[in-house]
Design a protein. Structure first.
Length: 331
């Protein structure tokens, strides 16, 4: 069975965009692939996080993973810091990455272009850690959005360089880009991606939002003055985003949805989108509350970390031997 790996960085509360663009797909993939999904808490601290808020976000992320349908019997789930090999291989990967490659990485480059100050070295080198996250487990596929594809490409470059220097060690992963729902945008600004890191409550639907609040956010979503529901991302980005959400949650094509609502008003369409979203999130919240009461999160993460550690330890030992820094046997 092919192996697939992914992670969510819970620097904020998980959103509908995270669910549609990532978590929902993991649930589908776990039946066809050996799934490894971890909570990337080391990546969280490239910028300052309030400690108590971060702890809550980490716990919520684990609970929501399971509430959305990830099954610990099928998917290896763990906290990144519970498998220390991530950090060790991350440093080794940094030693095999060129400054020019990191300078071209979009997130750091964009922040530099905006003149942001106080940028951390961790923010600069985190693509090396991300490469280690993937390469530790010989992942065949990494599901990503368009904005993350660059990281998998860098991972492949680093892995190939290492293999050329030291002999065959790492499998080259393939990015798997989801087509429907791959990029859900802000409701009040459909030109920007819905992000858990954005401080924009009106435009963002959080998975733990009150259901009435979710409905109000959708009913207030930015549209346009054309008054016609069409699949036109350039001229009608707000409507297109709502079509994307509806399509992703119902598996009905955007074209079919537009045809169904032809001649109907934006209010009626928004209500239909709200109904679909609320119905989906209500199920997630019900299961989330059950998981919190069952108090199973710690056991699931510990069991996942043990399984992940066995794989990661073997890979790091192989890497250490290849580069000449291991001089004794270690269990």
């Amino acid at each position: 069975m092919k192996r697939m790996l992914s992670a969510v960085k819970p620097t904020g509360k998980l959103t509908l965009g995270n669910y549609i663009g990532a978590i929902r797909n993991f649930v589908k993939y776990q039946n066809d692939y050996e799934m490894i999904v971890f909570i990337a808490n080391l990546h969280c601290i490239t910028v300052y996080q309030e400690p108590e808020e971060l702890k809550k976000n980490l716990k919520d992320a684990a609970a929501l993973y399971m509430a959305c349908g990830l099954d610990p019997e099928k998917t290896t789930m763990f906290l990144q810091t519970d498998v220390m090999e991530h950090a060790e291989l991350g440093y080794i990967m940094a030693c095999n990455t060129y400054l020019g490659e990191l300078n071209r990485m979009t997130q750091f480059k964009d922040k530099m272009a905006k003149g942001e100050s106080g940028l951390s070295a961790g923010l600069y080198t985190y693509p090396c850690l991300m490469a280690a996250d993937i390469l530790l487990y010989d992942a065949d596929y990494v599901p990503v959005g368009d904005d993350q594809k660059q990281h998998v490409e860098l991972t492949r470059d680093i892995a190939q360089r290492f293999n050329n220097r030291y002999g065959e060690t790492f499998k080259l992963p393939e990015p798997l880009v989801q087509q429907v729902g791959k990029r859900i945008m802000m409701l009040n600004d459909p030109y920007h991606k819905m992000s858990k890191s954005e401080n924009n409550d009106k435009g963002c639907i959080y998975l733990l939002d009150d259901l009435n609040v979710i409905r109000k956010k959708i009913m207030s979503a930015v549209t346009d003055s054309y008054g016609e529901i069409k699949v036109d991302q350039e001229r009608q980005p707000g409507i297109y985003n709502l079509l994307e959400i509806y399509s992703a949650l119902t598996d009905i094509s955007k074209e079919e949805i537009a045809a169904e609502f032809k001649g109907k008003g934006y209010g009626e369409f928004k209500k239909a989108v709200a109904d679909v979203v609320v119905q989906e999130i209500e199920k997630i919240q019900k299961r989330y509350n059950e998981i919190i009461k069952e108090n199973i999160i710690e056991d699931v993460l510990n069991e996942g970390a043990l399984k992940a550690h066995k794989m990661a330890f073997k890979k790091v030992k192989k890497v250490e031997r290849k580069i000449g820094i291991d001089i004794h046997k270690r269990k």
